[in-house]
Write a protein that binds this ligand. Sequence first.
Ligand code: KG4
Ligand code: ZN
Length: 350
Amino acid sequence: MSSLNRVLAIETSCDDTSVALVESGGWVRQLLSAHQDLIHQPFGGIVPELASRDHSQHLIPLIEETLKRANLEWRDLDGLVVTARPGLLGSLLVGLVTTKALALCHSLPWLGVNHLEGHLMAPFLRDEKYQPPQDFDYPYLALAISGGHTQLYRVKALGEYEVLGRTLDDAAGEAFDKFAKLVGLGYPGGVQVDREAQSGAVDKYSFPRALQKEGNLNFSFSGLKTSAQNLIQGWSQEKIKSERAHLCASYQEAIVEALLYKLDQAAEKHKAQRIVLTGGVSANSRLRLRAQEWANRKSYRLVVPPIRYCTDNAAMIGWAGLQRLQRGERSPENLAPSARSLKGDFIELS
Ligand code: KG4
Ligand code: ZN
């Protein structure tokens, strides 16, 4: 086994400052995150400048607290891992610069990784309360759904990810968040739409399921948002409020069905046996229920990691990076953050 067994990982690509200690086998020894929801709430969306400022205030104290809680010192670490792309440039920069400085200071090897690779590694994480199903392994289909991304991958091995489909416009989480704002729910809206929808009727309103005839595995959610806008145009606040549960349930159903439709097509086409849902939207209770029913019906093994590993977190980044460091990979000193994934991060099929 490689002598490189424990890394400290840092994730600051969007609006969560997250630090983790990850060990061989995908063991998460410690995971601490600071959330910025209250900071961005008044604006109804993430303000990049505020996000990076908050990361720079919280990152070092969070690293110190993480080591303290694990009862570890810098000399107990074998390396550092950080999210280098894709994400908000200013936010990524805070994590990357901090990592480089700490690596230099403590003479540790370090690596910058792709955030989406982290999401794809989430099902392998384990801790005292969670471990992946015993027979879980490559290959699998993974649907990564969050506020920033909606991508469908075929994961063949570490570093071998075929992109089967992606959203052509809004991400699924963005569709939830924009709708929440429209019907007067706070930010981030996904979890509130989920809650409201519990007491609504899924078929009271009809929203479109886009791209079902095109024969590809891409998604589109911008038409859905427009159709919601058109529906409630001219409605009074009282009417929106009294119909909110039904609106949420019907709108949520459209997103869930759009996601499952393409997942089903992809699973058939690629003869998949294992399916993974990851990213913040996989916390959605209706999606979890419908996805499990679908998987049972089709005899697929569905793995949805616990929410702490589905939403943005440093543990998934640590496990992706630790495996790469063990392979001997290192980042160049001049590695820069990138808002987008780089050519070579993923295998594009079309
Ligand atoms: O993965 P994540 O924490 O951060 C990003 O990379 O974006 O995902 C956040 C997204 C937000 O859009 C949020 O509204 C959505 O996940 N989300 C949900 C639920 N919980 C979080 N969407 C639907 N239902 C939920 N229960
Ligand atoms: Zn993410």
